[in-house]
Design a binder for this molecule. Structure first.
Ligand code: SAH
Length: 419
């Protein structure tokens, strides 16, 4: 992130470009793939990497994120995509039909298809509306809270299309408020600034959402990421069902998704631990909304220290949840970060009463499901515990995975019963 500023602005002082360049399929520049490098793209993969592209001086001079025709070494046009000459992911395919005009109408159709999928999945309009490549919207993530949406633009190509995206959103779902959470560090890989602003409407209060029958608050102006982690929806339901009549600990509880759903399912008592005062305050308000405050406690602490303290005090829980932030933020941190999951499992397992349940998760992109499972095993063994895996699961279906980008299935979780 060196040299990049985090700009948090509101109102009109930092508008995205108001007009996108209009696309003309007949006069787009062409970018050529090197010989022998079109096979993956032809098979269905949506990207070409910089070492697969013929980086001529003309190609290098193209503005980052511009629309280009993707052409193989034999001259065959494979489609239209965005080109980012200085990024590792140089080409992101938008359509295999080069005659498609990439504009608000094109993006509207993609958004409408994405919305139709979510409407088939869920009854209320609270979900991840667009999940990037898997929804054929490369570099665009949109979380929906009824008529409020939070967008993350993570590629130079989508940033250049942002005015079209905003117009397409209006046409597809007419949001009242659009928040741009363009503060993900992955933007720096595309040479993009980090900022966070409201592009449409006004928002001063947390927004309300429904998940698994509960009511929750998400803070899109101050909160982390896009306000609510919808990816854990199914996992929260599964863990909640195991929580009836039990004492539950929810470490890294953030806005209280696991904790409050466990309380709603009849947990005897829930302790939610996070180091963020603001997150705990929001979670406490959500507990109120659900009428479960009397059975929920929200405590500010460092998770590892708190787990150790409770274990040595002899505290035990029927259900322990540990869903932390990504411990592995970059590939070079893999070895160190992976050990974090081992330690977390060791400390959390010690708090689980015999016959109780442990839910552990990792949202680190660089951590494979196999490595995660191995660290969890290692942690259990260090804690002297064993048991059985009841469920291994990733993100909910509103976070679909592109078949050719299996690594985009970043979320791993295991639910175990411990002896
Ligand atoms: N489990 C949550 C999501 C967790 S996000 C959910 O279901 O929505 C990660 C959370 O971990 C954040 O709220 C952050 O404040 C908290 N956190 C990060 N480091 C921590 C630490 N060392 N101890 C306790 N909480 C921590």
């Amino acid at each position: 992130m060196a040299g990049k500023r985090l700009v948090v602005t509101r109102g009109t002082d930092r508008l995205p470009p108001m007009t996108a360049h209009s696309d003309d399929p007949a006069s787009r520049p062409a970018v050529h793939l090197l010989r022998g490098h079109s096979r993956r793209l032809r098979a269905g993969h949506p990207w070409a990497f910089s070492n697969e592209v013929d980086m001529t001086p003309e190609a290098k001079a193209l503005p980052p994120g511009c629309l280009v025709n993707v052409v193989d070494a034999g001259g065959e046009v494979l489609g239209v995509g965005t080109f980012s000459p200085h990024s590792l992911i140089a080409l992101r395919l938008l359509s295999r039909r080069a005659q498609d005009r990439i504009d608000a109408a094109f993006l509207r159709e993609r958004l409408e298809r994405a919305a139709a999928l979510r409407e088939a999945l869920y009854r209320s309009p609270h979900y991840r509306l667009a999940h990037s490549e898997a929804d054929r919207l490369p570099g665009l993530v949109i979380d929906r809270y009824g008529d409020v949406v939070a967008c993350q633009v993570n590629s130079a190509g989508m940033e250049a299309l942002l005015p079209h995206v905003l117009e397409a959103l209006d046409a597809a779902i007419a949001p009242r408020v659009v928040v741009l959470r363009n503060d993900s560090p992955v933007r720096t890989l595309e040479g993009l600034d980090l900022y966070h602003r409201i592009a449409k409407g006004d928002l001063s209060e947390p927004v309300e959402l429904e998940e698994n029958g509960g009511r929750f608050l998400a803070d899109l102006t101050e909160g982390q990421k896009t306000g609510w982690f919808y990816d854990q929806r199914d996992n929260r339901a599964f863990v909640a069902a195991l929580s009836t009549g039990r004492r539950v600990a929810d470490f890294y509880s953030y806005a209280g998704g696991f904790a409050i759903q466990a309380a709603r399912a009849g947990a005897a008592e829930v302790v939610a631990v996070d180091r963020s005062e603001a997150s705990l305050a929001l979670a406490a308000r959500s507990a109120d909304l659900n009428g479960v405050s009397a059975r929920c406690r929200f405590e500010r602490a460092d998770a590892f220290a708190d787990m150790e303290r409770r274990a040595s005090a002899g505290e035990r829980f029927g259900v322990v949840v540990a869903d932390p932030p990504a411990f592995v933020k970059a590939k070079k941190q893999l070895a160190a970060g992976a050990k974090g999951y081992r330690k977390m499992t060791r400390l959390a397992a010690a708090l689980v009463e015999p016959g109780g349940f442990l839910f552990v998760a990792s949202c680190s992109h660089h951590m494979s499901p196999d490595l995660f499972a191995e660290e969890v095993r290692h942690g259990l063994s260090l804690a002297g515990r064993n048991g059985r895996i009841l469920r291994a699961a990733g993100a909910a279906a509103d976070h679909p995975v592109h078949p050719f980008l299996p690594e985009s299935g970043y979320l791993k979780s295991l639910t175990l019963q411990l002896d």
